[in-house]
Design a protein around this ligand. Structure first.
Ligand code: DGY
Length: 422
């Protein structure tokens, strides 16, 4: 078992080795570009090494922002052929090339933390002054484009947008999407064991959706009306809700247009009112909902537990989620399995169907802390630290054995260790 100092050095070393000169790739080979929520979380790790480099991570991410405010899920800063589907498949004509979907908007929450922990206050002020309007535009994009009817709940158009790609929560909705009919070659399986990655049937549909956006010329209203996959994703809704609260706090301190503040504040309130429609009285839990059929997806995942992180649960709802999470946490030794182990969809080593992810443990522990569940928050933190000591810095971990899965020397794992559990 490695000691704390050497683990810290290893984590820093991972970020330096994954640094492409301003942006950090999640890991070599498997993910050779800049990902949206990876970049945000990785910046927290950079804050422990070099604050100016941490701000640069966010600036490089913002280089990919669309004119409509969207920050895409991948920024293809350079051409690299070890990943599929690359920029050519997405076909967006953006410069730099990007995908046409987003990812869980944890960014503003991370920026708020960066402002709080920054030693170089002057630098932080210069950076936030330059990027605040862009962060506001990103949140406005989520609300305007993904909740154009002002229901209070944004929708997601792709399992990749959830960041929890092959979560069992998406199975049924994705099955209603037709498969692509063209041939393609996956590259992820050249880097990682197929038992730890999504199935071919899922990829066929992931790609259908990519084609669908392109065929609709990335037109928001067309996609909103006709996309064959539309989810109310508790994870995205909660992360956006918390990030909007954090963004409003930043705006309060650093100032921005009053109309933008009012707009975000009213959207924030709408979500708080609408979230009850994702609560199931019978099982006393939140669930994702298919926005096309309006049916609940009754599988508990770390995404549905994000309501705690989003501060969207009432005290009574939080108490019920705590009861559920106690059994969940006691089923494995390393924090929260991404799918509840009692589910028949649970698989301990397959990507988002069971494995433990460090940044998710961190978000859930933050949510627990918010509701005063300090013991459980501490339990998650201690088991996360033990996992790093035992196994190191993989992308994710078999939740039963703690064995490393997916990519190794992984940026956000190293960053969360630096920021939180070490
Ligand atoms: C992948 O390719 O597996 C990524 O998670 C998509 O964002």
């Amino acid at each position: 078992m490695a000691n704390r100092e050497s683990l810290i050095e290893q984590a820093k070393d991972i970020l330096r080795k994954n640094d492409m000169g301003g942006y950090t790739i999640p890991t070599h080979g498997l993910y050779p570009f800049q990902w949206n929520w990876d970049a945000a979380i990785t910046a927290l790790g950079w804050m422990k090494i070099d604050e100016s480099r941490a701000w640069l991570e966010i600036e490089k991410l913002l280089e990919g922002q669309w004119d409509n405010g969207m920050i895409p899920h991948i920024i293809f800063h350079e051409e690299v052929d070890s990943y599929f589907p690359g920029a050519d498949v997405w076909g967006t004509a953006q410069k730099p090339a990007t995908t046409s979907i987003s990812q869980p908007p944890v960014l503003a929450s991370v920026v708020k933390i960066m402002l709080e922990v920054a030693n170089d206050r002057e630098l932080a002020k210069v950076k936030i002054d330059a990027m605040l309007d862009k962060l506001v535009a990103y949140h406005q994009w989520w609300y305007n484009e993904r909740d154009p009817r002002k229901t209070g709940l944004v929708v997601s158009y792709h399992p990749w947008e959830s960041g929890m790609d092959n979560s069992p929560a998406w199975d049924e909705s994705l099955a209603a999407v037709p498969p692509v009919t063209w041939q393609y070659k996956r590259k992820d399986l050249e880097h990682v064991d197929a038992a730890e990655r999504p199935h071919a049937a899922e990829y066929d549909r992931y790609l259908y959706l990519v084609d669908f956006y392109k065929q609709h010329n990335f037109d928001s209203e067309q996609i909103f009306q006709h996309c064959p996959y539309k989810m109310y994703d508790v994870g995205i809704i909660s992360i956006l809700h918390k990030a909007t609260k954090d963004l409003l706090a930043i705006c309060d301190e650093y100032g921005t247009e009053q109309s933008a503040i009012d707009d975000l504040a009213s959207r924030h309130l709408l979500t708080q009112q609408a979230i009850s429609s994702l609560w199931d009285e019978e099982t006393q839990s939140f669930y994702n909902k298919n926005a096309i059929t309006d049916e609940f997806v009754k599988v508990m995942t770390t995404g549905t537990m994000m309501a705690l992180y989003g501060e969207l649960a009432s005290e009574a709802q939080a108490a019920s989620l705590l009861t559920i999470s106690r059994q969940w946490l006691s089923a494995v030794d390393y924090g929260m399995a991404s799918t509840i182990p009692t589910s028949d969809k649970y698989e301990p080593q397959r990507y988002w169907r069971g494995p433990v992810w460090l940044h998710i443990n961190w978000l859930i522990a933050n949510g627990m802390q918010h509701y005063g569940f300090a013991e459980e928050a501490e339990q998650i933190k201690a088991s996360t630290q033990a996992l790093v000591e035992q196994t190191g810095y993989f992308e994710y971990f078999n939740c039963e054995t703690g064995a490393g899965c997916g990519g190794d020397a992984f940026s956000w794992t190293a960053a969360i260790a630096l920021h939180w559990c070490l």
